[in-house]
Design a protein around this ligand. Structure first.
Ligand code: SF4
Length: 365
């Protein structure tokens, strides 16, 4: 774990050999990042790539999507600068997302840099788990706090059908490896899709019997690059998922969960927990605390809003930290009350210059 900025700077020598400048923390904290509804945004989900080694049917087609050019992607230094700037306005939690973040060869350094940033209390990673065995120990040593592994089926053929790639055993082994390596917060994200994996609710819940993980059933969302959402066949509401869980496990009890884990339960005597996330029903917007930064450096104030604020441009045009903070404040002053209003505003605005990110891999989840 890095003790001070000079060690961090040394370890982050860029390919060009320059030592990035890590700004010293300010004396007095700046006002937190808030919207006009009084919500405070202290959690950033920052995408570090739009590429992925899977092709999930609820995310992108086999041929992929319009991936951004390498020059448009945030560099490691830019990513860490964004984190240190956000820490000045009260951000405490960082989640690295993608695409698939572990395809970045410098993912351990990114985690180390985030963990060493003054003010940051927790660094998390969302991964499909396929490459986790390469980095688990190094990520833990670098200060990673928690891992969310995306796994929508435990069945070999079905995994292949959903992801268009093999690998279910590797992912399951890597979840176990994360626990054995010593990660205290290991979660399994399963997108719940009617006609795909709804009959695995019990299998996933039974997985928590001996594994101290939180299995989170997530409502299907319309960020699939126009593949299957439009059929309307696959959506199941959080309410229905909860009802099915309670029907199968009548003695299940409530358990503590995070702001997003709207419904969290524990089967008596089981090591782990299960949770249900109303990601499409959007009944959690009142608690929203999320900032999103895409891999190409755009700020998004809501998953369902197409409004974007070009942070990369500010940075590459020599903008100061205050300029960056001003852009974040603008983005959140514009934030809608919930994901429905955000979507309505975006649909009403026909701005052909605005990149419509139809796939979750382009947004960063
Ligand atoms: S839908 Fe938008 S406002 Fe609601 S929780 Fe998600 S990001 Fe926040």
């Amino acid at each position: 774990m890095f003790q001070n900025n000079s060690n961090l700077a040394e370890s982050l020598h860029t390919a060009s050999g320059e030592t990035p400048v890590i700004p010293a923390p300010r004396s007095s904290p700046l006002p937190p990042l808030q919207d006009t509804f009084g919500r405070t945004f202290d959690y950033v989900r920052i995408a570090v790539t739009d590429r992925c080694n899977l092709r999930c049917t609820y995310c992108m087609p086999e041929e992929g999507v319009e991936f951004r050019h390498r020059d448009e992607m945030l560099t490691a230094e830019e990513t860490l600068r964004i984190i240190s700037v956000l820490a000045k306005v009260g951000v405490k939690k960082v989640r690295f997302t993608g695409g698939e973040p572990t395809i970045r060869k410098d993912i351990v350094n990114l985690v180390a840099g985030a963990a060493a940033t003054p003010g940051i209390k927790g660094v998390h990673l969302t991964t499909n788990g396929l490459l986790l065995h390469r980095y688990a120990k190094d990520l833990l040593d670098a200060g990673l706090t928690g891992i969310n592994v995306s796994l929508d089926s435990m069945d070999t053929d079905r995994f292949m059908r959903i992801t268009r790639r093999p690998g279910v055993d590797t992912v399951l082994n890597n979840i176990k490896l994360a626990l054995d390596t010593g990660f205290q917060r290991v979660k399994v994200n399963a997108v719940f899709m009617q006609g795909f994996n709804e009959d695995e609710l019990e299998r996933f819940t039974e997985y928590t019997k001996d594994h101290a993980v939180t299995v989170r059933f997530i409502e299907f969302m319309p960020f699939d690059a126009e593949q299957i959402w439009s059929t309307g066949d696959h959506f199941t509401s959080a309410e229905t998922i909860v009802a099915r869980i309670k029907a199968r496990y009548p003695d299940i009890g409530p358990a503590p969960g995070t702001r997003t884990e709207h419904h969290t339960f524990k089967v008596p005597g089981y090591a782990g927990k299960i949770a249900v996330i109303p990601a499409f029903t959007r009944s959690l917007c009142g608690n929203c605390s999320r900032i999103r930064v895409t891999a190409d450096g755009s700020i998004r104030n809501c998953l369902y809003s197409d409004d974007e604020y070009n942070l990369r441009q500010v940075m590459r045009q020599g903008g100061s930290d205050d300029d960056m903070i001003a852009l974040f404040r603008k983005a959140f002053a514009d934030k809608a009350i919930d994901g429905y209003e955000a979507k309505k505003r975006s649909d009403a605005k026909v701005d052909i210059t605005q990149l419509h990110r139809g796939s979750m891999t382009q947004i960063g989840g």
